[in-house]
Design a protein around this ligand. Structure first.
Ligand code: ADP
Ligand code: MG
Length: 295
């Protein structure tokens, strides 16, 4: 039994390397050796017959896929490798809008969301009549989000029409959407880590003063909480519906219970571990070991 740990190969991925090394060590404690590879370090190609050729598959039984490179993930799976998480689940979670669409009518509460029409035209301007309709549907303030974004970087709170037009113009050539602002959850949310369909714990994140985004990377502070049943259940339901082995689910807090904010297939766990005292790497490795040993 030998596994792969795959991370993104570009410099910003230092955090992925640390996460990969933690998982490698935890798997070793389960008696499973792994090698860490960066995407781009090993070849994978589609040959003339449409078959996948890759140097990665033959020597390995599974891969812990910490990258978001949907092409490599797909190729590895097509060559028969079991991925944690699956390429499809990673791809769906990478795009927040696709996540909401995939969750569909699974019973989770979502914030009302209007996708921005995709724009492929250079020099185009946002459609003002459309933005006025968005404002009418969602009211101000409203949230504008890039479909692909992390660490709060592509998330903005907009208080009026001039700003809405300005942000819509900046985001125009990237997939993005407009979302109801869940004011009850102002500056806070709950992060839950789910492994193998079970919520292992949660923390509440509170934004720094003057900030509505509670991301730790933006100065938010985490505090360990005992998960209320509704939050536990919502996180588990999201993970199961999306077919994720591992994820971090962000839930907005309201009097009526949780509203799903996003699902992170590749959630970093260092901050979560510090706050909760849980060993996420060990829990994930234990789950992986169980899964690969029964195959
Ligand atoms: N609709 C919303 N209403 C209220 N707060 C929100 C809403 N969407 C996002 N936030 C806040 O912004 C933060 C970042 O948004 P999120 O969708 O998780 O993006 P990212 O992937 O960048 O973390 C959330 O953790 C939450 O604190
Ligand atoms: Mg988030």
């Amino acid at each position: 039994m030998r596994g792969l740990v795959i991370i993104n190969g570009y410099p910003s991925a230092e955090k992925f390397l640390l996460q990969g090394m933690r998982i490698q060590k935890a798997l070793q404690a389960e008696g499973i050796e792994t090698d860490i590879f960066k995407n781009g370090e090993a070849y994978a190609l589609v040959n003339e017959a449409g078959q996948i050729e890759t140097s990665l598959v033959n020597n390995y039984d599974f891969a812990v896929y910490l990258d978001k490179d949907k092409y490599l993930g797909n190729m590895l799976e097509k060559s028969g490798l079991r991925l944690f998480n699956s390429a499809r689940a990673v791809e769906v979670c990478d795009d927040k809008l696709s996540t909401y669409l995939a969750l569909g009518a699974c019973g989770l509460r979502l914030a009302k969301t209007v996708p921005a029409p995709l724009c492929y035209t250079k020099g185009a301007k946002p459609n003002v009549a459309f933005l006025e309709k968005v404002a009418e549907i969602l009211g101000f303030p409203l949230v504008v989000k890039k479909s692909y974004g992390s660490f709060g970087a592509g998330v903005q709170l907009v208080h009026g029409m001039p700003k809405l037009q300005e942000v819509a113009e900046i985001f125009l050539h990237e997939p993005h959407f407009f979302q109801q602002y869940i004011s009850a959850s102002q500056g806070k949310d709950v992060r839950v880590i789910v492994i193998g369909g079970k919520a292992i714990g949660g923390m509440e994140r509170v934004a720094k003063a003057g900030e509505f985004r509670s991301n730790i990377e933006l100065g938010g502070e985490g505090k360990k909480i005992v998960l209320e049943q509704a939050y536990n259940d919502a996180a588990e339901r999201a993970a199961k519906t999306l077919g994720l082995d591992y994820c971090g689910v962000d839930l907005l807090e309201t009097e009526e219970g949780p509203v799903l904010c996003e699902v992170n297939s590749n959630a970093f766990f260092d901050g979560f571990e510090r706050v909760t005292g849980l060993d996420v790497a060990a829990a994930y490795a234990h789950y992986i070991a169980d899964q690969v040993k029964i195959r």
